[in-house]
Design a protein. Structure first.
Length: 395
């Protein structure tokens, strides 16, 4: 029994454990949606949960609360992790930041262009151009870890940094392109809340509650303003101080420690469960050739690796940054294939882009197919290319 508990603790602390929870939740949602329990799944997602104090703008169902409320914690964690890396980790110099950032931009632009080329002329379908632009670190990291020494440590860090930058760019897209008409008084209130959070950070306030309360006020203001309320998590994460007294953890470290288990074991599994309930009744392979699923699938399988690889090689040719240590071109190409694993942010984009359930379901079908093909292609390629030689010990 003691050994079993130890294995459970190890699994809970590992990226693979989090990915497993996310995958199981997605499979549970998909399974219930294609079983006699579909009515139960629909009832859970559509469970009425409106707070009168938030008025007509507030989330009205459990599914809406997860997408518009709890996902703010996910985006806060993304920002906190990237700031920790920039403060004292693998992204602490401009050259270390440049390569994954440029790769993320290329991996965003090319998939969007591929999707638009496939859906051109269909205005409703074209609204989903941002769905294939993000790489899902929650699924990509376990695949890379499972490959062991076939992926150099520096290459693994580059891929994770790229996935995080992908998420940040995805947040910007959501804010700029998937909001509603702006309500200026609420936007002014959001600006004041942002100034308050920034002031607390500049003053070195290290207690959590000013940021929790300020982030809550900002979330409510954004909800009424027409901008996406998950931006509140981004702002709160940006305002947290990155320094602390000697021997004490920084506010960034404490926030990551508090948010990581909640996001890993609650927020992301809930989101996956509520956004993968696609009915496969009558589904045929040829349905993947319809504009929306085909555009998403090709954006992930073709657009992502082409965009990431092209932008990365351009950055090295321009001497903006060198390739990660111990990363030959064959390994880099395999990692670029894995960049087509899009899940969390892609599902979130589909939810924001399409009000019509039919188009959203088609987009999810493309996400599943494209992510699975990308994972398989990247895995097979990296298993085939020679493993890097182990680094020599000095002396």
């Amino acid at each position: 029994m003691r050994t079993c508990r130890r294995h459970i603790r190890v699994l809970a602390a590992s990226p693979t454990g989090g990915a497993l929870a996310l995958l199981l939740a997605a499979l549970l949602g998909l399974g219930m949606a294609n079983s006699p329990w579909r009515g139960v799944w629909q009832a859970v997602v559509a469970l009425p949960l409106r707070l009168g104090i938030l008025g007509a703008h507030g989330p009205a169902t459990l599914g809406a609360w997860v997408s518009d409320g709890l996902m703010a914690l996910f985006f806060a964690l993304v920002i906190v992790e990237i700031r920790r890396e920039m403060a004292s980790g693998h992204l602490s110099s401009p050259r270390q930041v440049a390569l994954p950032l440029v790769g993320a931009v290329g991996g965003m632009v090319v998939p969007a262009l591929v999707y638009l080329a496939v859906t051109w002329g269909n205005a409703a379908a074209m609204r989903g151009w941002a769905i294939p632009v993000a790489t899902d670190a929650a699924f990509t990291l376990p695949v890379v870890l499972a490959l062991g020494p076939r992926v150099a440590p520096a290459a693994r860090t580059w891929l994770m940094a790229l996935a995080i930058f992908d998420d940040i760019l995805g947040i910007i897209v959501i804010v700029l392109f998937y909001g509603t008409a702006v309500y200026w008084p609420a936007l002014l209130a959001a600006a004041l809340a942002t100034l308050g959070l920034a002031g607390a950070g500049r003053a070195g306030v290290r207690g959590p509650w000013p940021y929790v309360l300020g982030g809550g006020v900002l979330w409510v203001a954004l909800l009424a303003s027409g901008l996406h309320p998950t931006l509140a998590g981004v702002v709160a994460g940006l305002c947290l101080p990155a320094t602390a007294a000697p021997g004490r953890p920084t506010p960034l470290d404490r926030a990551a420690h508090a948010l990581a288990p909640v996001v890993t074991w609650a927020v992301l599994p809930l989101f996956a469960f509520m956004n993968t309930g696609i009915s496969l009744a009558g589904t045929r392979v040829e349905m993947l050739l319809q504009p929306v699923p085909l555009g998403v699938m090709l954006g992930l399988v073709v657009g992502k690796p082409v965009g990431v690889l092209g932008a990365t090689m351009l950055a090295t040719r321009l001497r903006l940054a060198p390739l990660p240590v111990g990363t030959p071109p064959g390994m880099l190409f395999g990692l670029c294939l894995l960049c087509g694993i899009g899940f969390t942010i892609s599902l979130f984009m589909a939810d924001q882009a399409f009000a019509a359930p039919g188009l959203a379901d088609m987009a999810r079908l493309g996400i599943f197919a494209g992510s699975a093909l990308s994972a398989l292609a990247g895995w097979v390629w990296l298993r085939m290319v020679p493993a890097p030689a182990p680094a020599r010990r000095p002396g």
